[in-house]
Design a protein. Structure first.
Length: 165
């Protein structure tokens, strides 16, 4: 048996004002997006904004459904809308933030496992890293330069395409 360590790195910012102009704009778009989320059950309103290589920003928000798990996370809504409307255009970055009705979110909002895997698929498809900007309502902001930092042991399509030797 052998034990090994997996490390990931994030850049931490104290304020949105410390971010570069592009990341600030993307977070603002994500904040706008969470305002129209449909979250009557959790009352946890998530917004995501995807920046494509062509400069277009596509937003999404969580869409809940009483027949859970029929809803969809904000990240996948934004990524799938971007792919449907701008096929073949790589994703450069995604910003994610949220607002809760009954409490203040003071830590960066992170994507669920399914959303991480979807982001990893698009990063692999376009050979891109996908910069990820994570924020709560207040508090620190995390920037992760590559999706592999969120999902270091990601399942990749090449695993399905191997031939038996």
């Amino acid at each position: 048996m052998k034990t090994f360590e997996i490390k990931t790195f994030a850049i931490e910012f104290d304020s949105i004002d410390e971010l570069n102009k592009e990341d600030r704009m993307l977070l603002k778009k994500a904040k706008e997006a969470h305002k129209s989320a449909y979250a009557p059950y959790s009352q946890y309103y998530v917004g995501a904004a995807v920046l494509l290589d062509n400069g277009v920003v596509v937003t999404g928000n969580n869409q809940e459904n009483v027949a859970n798990p029929s809803g969809l996370c904000a990240e996948r809504v934004a990524v799938f809308a971007a792919s449907a409307n701008y096929p073949g255009v790589p994703i450069k970055a995604i910003a994610i933030t949220a607002h809760a009705k009954n409490f203040e979110i003071t830590t960066p909002v992170t994507p669920c496992g399914a959303c991480r895997q979807v982001l990893a698929e698009y990063a692999e498809l376009y050979n891109s890293k996908i910069r990820t900007i994570l924020m709560g309502e207040t508090g620190k902001i995390y920037v992760i330069e590559s999706i592999s930092g969120l999902l270091p042991l990601m399942f990749q399509a090449k695993e399905l395409k191997r031939n038996k030797s």
